[in-house]
Write a protein that binds this ligand. Structure first.
Ligand code: HEM
Length: 219
């Protein structure tokens, strides 16, 4: 137990936890996007899929508990690592450009909290329905299409999902690094893999509000 606590209190321990929980959350994002893309198959397909998920309450709540646990651990560990690296540098660099840290890495500190805020809004909007103008419980197709007909809502989703893609890109890149898979020979593959997944998720998720705005998907 002491060893586990010591491991968690080390920066490496926190990064391993972030990698493991981040990977599980990444899995959720992929599955969630594939499920949501049934929007293109029409109301019946999407609503039937949503009904299947909602029907099995014990399984649904078990998944929700795992997700909540992973999100909490991911956020707490990320905040602790961020705070630790900030506190160990009492004098700010004049030009903050650490070697090897690219644009995506520097955006992690603010993209993370924005994505967390988006998830809270998203749950109130499409799961609870309290911020939705015309929420119909069980009619997921209607709820999604009506939402994205509002340019403000559609643009909010597009921005959040572009940020999520950038976050995932760096997250996947770091995931391999934490696992010790950073080697000059592997790095080009690591980068390609991270870019490919980030682009697929970014494109899949932003395509939905864009298609509704363009009138390709309608009620
Ligand atoms: C355009 C993109 C997205 C669409 C159209 C979408 C759509 C939906 C819909 C319709 C629901 C409610 C499902 C139901 O009540 O049966 C939902 C729930 C949810 N979404 Fe999304 N979503 C999108 C992106 C995201 C992203 C990027 C995340 C996380 C990073 C996310 C996380 C969640 C979570 C955690 C739930 C609650 C699942 C549950 O019931 O336990 N969604 N989404």
């Amino acid at each position: 137990m002491d060893k586990l606590a010591a491991f968690y209190s080390s920066t490496l321990g926190k990064k391993v936890l972030m990698a493991v929980t981040g990977f599980i959350l990444f899995g959720f994002v992929v599955v969630h996007m594939i499920g949501n893309l049934q929007l293109y198959l029409g109301a019946e397909a999407l609503n039937h899929y949503a009904e299947l998920l909602q029907k099995n309450r014990p399984v649904l709540w078990s998944f929700r508990a795992v997700l909540l646990f992973c999100v909490s651990v991911h956020i707490v560990a990320a905040a602790q690592v961020w705070w630790r690296s900030r506190s160990s540098r009492p004098v700010k660099y004049k030009v903050f450009r650490p070697p090897g840290v690219d644009y995506a890495a520097r955006t992690m500190a603010w993209s993370g909290p924005i994505i967390a805020a988006f998830i809270v809004y998203h749950l109130l909007h499409l799961t609870v329905g309290s911020t939705h103008p015309d929420f119909i419980s069980g009619d997921v197709y209607h709820n999604v299409v009506v939402s994205f007909q509002s340019p403000l809502v559609a643009v909010t989703y597009i921005i959040a999902n572009v940020l999520l893609a950038i976050h995932l890109y760096h997250g996947l890149w770091s995931f391999f690094q934490t696992l010790g898979l950073d080697h000059p020979k592997l790095d080009p593959w690591r980068r390609r893999l991270a870019v490919t997944f980030a682009v697929i998720i970014g494109a899949g998720n932003t395509s939905m509000p864009l298609s509704v705005l363009a009138g390709v998907v309608q009620l």
